[in-house]
Design a protein. Structure first.
Length: 131
């Protein structure tokens, strides 16, 4: 997160040195790391596990098992995505089965799941809401 904030600060400074006002910025773009998966607790903002990159294949056995389930052949026409280790959902299922902190947050109703872009939006908007 510190590298993102450093980048933002540098871009804003450069923008201002070119004679523009930071108040004239109407939107920003965020790029992401495709299907890199991040899970965190929405109440504490605590990351629950290291990000799992899109090329990670530890979900291979889970995906093989899912492919044998009734209706698996209908998933690709419905979603446009094949059952594979690439999409984030397999990583989410794997983490729910293999990481106690993730399962506990899910059971408590505080689990947040997304890609790097959603994590950045969450953090850049102040993180956990204090009500």
């Amino acid at each position: 997160m510190a590298s993102v904030e450093t980048c933002i600060d540098g871009a804003v400074k450069q923008f201002e040195t070119q004679g523009h006002s930071v108040n004239s910025i109407k939107a920003v773009g965020i790029t992401n790391q495709r299907e890199t998966t991040v899970l965190w607790d929405k109440e504490t903002g605590e990351p629950l596990y290291n990000a799992i990159v899109w090329t990670d294949t530890r979900t291979q056995n889970l995906i093989r098992k899912l492919k044998t389930r009734l209706g698996a052949d209908k998933l690709t026409p419905l979603s446009g995505l094949p059952l594979s280790t690439y999409p984030s959902v397999g990583k989410l299922l794997w983490l729910l089965e293999n990481e106690p902190k993730v399962k506990a947050a899910h059971d408590k109703g505080t689990l947040c799941f997304g890609t790097i872009d959603s994590w950045l939006v969450y953090k850049l908007n102040g993180g956990p809401l204090i009500l």
